[in-house]
Ligand binder design. Structure first.
Ligand code: EPU
Length: 446
């Protein structure tokens, strides 16, 4: 197939919103034991992919248990530019979001939106499978390092896509993708999702070996199946997708899986304050390895049918932890684990196996008095009985939340700035913590 002409990517009037940042700060004081119940919202890293999957079929979709977070609004803007409308200007009402695909899609993801949200890469597979061509601005790096997409691209090429890089854009075309046997050298979350969503419309069967098996991927598979896709091996590292005829998928209603990272954040908050929390909606089976290691730190965690209860000891014990793809300990939990170790009894070594640059927030924790040394992929954390409040900066979503947790166990006042990072992935972190007794408030921009 010859490269697409620029006319084939003619855009609709660009819907490029103003950049939403926040100069708000979060102010935290040392907290007594947190007690009560926290409702765990839906998972960011699922809902953004579920939203992208609406590209695959016309109709009205209803997503439930949608977290009210900035990234959902940015994804809605990106989908709006592609031609999918969301209700009420992309506001999430009672955790519900309606998206309408009328079939008139513009397969272009512009730089202004792509650079704001990594998950924009997730429109590549569905657009290529549905429309047969895509122009997507190449996503850049992240605060925690380079994040290539070579596995996404080589997987799509194996399925017959022609891919070129032009002026910072990935341009992919395929009249109709065909099935292929794809083995990932690493179980990439994003590449698994892109190949899955491209494969549902491909001619023939696609086998993805060494697929990522995060609960959010199973959630996406379940939504695709409810749209009429034919997928075997859900939840395993071998996904088999039998392509269905283009036009045979339909819109659906779907409930987003609860967010295991937000759940872990509240476990960490209970842990450092010596508290006791019931996390409604949290799924212990999605956090098995982490909860086992939290048990080694002295936390008592009791799974219930509708959530889990956490009882914290007076002081946490230190442990060594290494991040790994699911079902290992997720890299996204790591800033929370480092924060817990910072007030643990003993020394813990934390090894990062996914993103080498993901220790940048350590300097901020050290500003709070933590004793942490990093060397390449490792951090050595010497626990202290408590930390000491100071102004700090949220460097990314997860590290920002970890600094909030650290503030709960720091004497005096901790003021966290660059809160817009936290807003990308946390649905009312401050309100939820305040409701269980944390002395915390969000101060609006002055
Ligand atoms: N990688 C490659 N080539 C590829 C794809 C990935 O080298 O083609 C490398 C990455 O550079 C990285 C590793 O593989 O070193 C993991 O990348 P993966 O593709 O698994 O991650 P992702 O899909 O880009 C998602 C989450 C991240 C989470 C990672 C790992 C979303 C939107 N993001 O990213 O979440 O850390 O999986 O679990 O789902 C966050 O929520 O704050 C966040 C960063």
């Amino acid at each position: 197939m010859s490269p697409p002409s620029s006319e084939s990517f003619a855009t609709q009037p660009a819907v490029v919103p103003e950049r939403r940042t926040s100069d708000a700060v979060v102010v935290v004081h040392r907290s007594g034991p947190l007690r009560g119940e926290v409702v765990v919202p839906g998972a960011k890293n699922s809902v953004l992919k579920l939203m992208a999957a609406t590209i695959l079929a016309d109709g009205e979709y209803r997503l439930r248990n949608v977290p009210d977070i900035a990234d959902v609004r940015i994804m809605a803007e990106l989908l709006g530019a592609i031609g999918i409308t969301t209700t009420a200007a992309a506001d999430v009402h009672d955790g519900e979001l309606t998206l309408v695909n009328r079939g008139d899609l513009v397969p272009v993801a512009p730089y202004e939106l792509v650079e704001r949200i990594r998950a924009s890469i997730n429109v590549l597979g569905p657009l290529l499978g549905r429309v047969g061509r895509v122009r997507l601005s190449l996503p850049g790096g992240d605060d925690f390092g380079s994040r290539p997409i070579d596995m996404h691209l080589s997987g799509l090429e194996a399925m017959g896509a022609e891919i070129t890089l032009e002026h910072g854009d990935v341009v992919a075309t395929a009249e109709r993708l065909h099935g292929a046997d794809i083995t990932f050298e690493f179980p990439s979350v994003g590449a698994t999702e892109n190949i899955l969503t491209a494969a549902v419309h491909a001619k023939g069967t696609t086998v993805i070996d060494n697929a990522a098996r995060e609960p959010e991927i199973s959630d996406l598979c379940r939504m695709l199946i409810s749209m009429g896709a034919d997928i075997e091996g859900v939840g395993t590292s071998r996904l088999v997708v039998h392509g269905v005829e283009p036009g045979s998928l339909h819109a659906t209603d779907h409930v987003t899986v609860p967010d295991r990272i937000q759940a872990a954040t509240y476990v960490a908050a209970a842990a450092v304050t010596g508290g006791e929390l019931f996390l409604r909606g949290a799924r212990a089976e999605h956090m098995e390895m982490l909860l086992r290691r939290f048990g080694d730190m002295g936390l008592q965690i009791v799974p219930q049918h509708d959530g889990l209860t956490v009882f914290a000891p007076e002081r946490l014990r230190s442990i060594d932890v290494a991040t790994l793809p699911y079902p290992g300990i997720a890299t996204d939990y790591k800033p929370l684990v480092v924060t817990m170790l910072a007030v643990g009894d003993g020394v813990g070594i934390v090894t990062e196996n996914l993103y080498p640059g993901r220790f940048r927030y350590v300097e901020e924790l050290c500003r709070l008095g933590a004793d942490i040394r990093t060397d390449g992929h490792h951090a050595v954390v010497r626990g202290r009985p408590s930390l000491s409040g100071a102004p700090v900066r949220a460097p990314d979503i997860r590290a920002g939340a970890a600094l909030v947790v650290a503030g709960l166990v720091a004497d005096g006042t901790t003021t966290i700035s660059e809160v817009h990072h936290i807003d990308r992935g946390y649905d009312d972190l401050v309100g939820r913590l305040a409701a269980v007794g944390a002395p915390i408030e969000r101060r609006p921009p002055r």
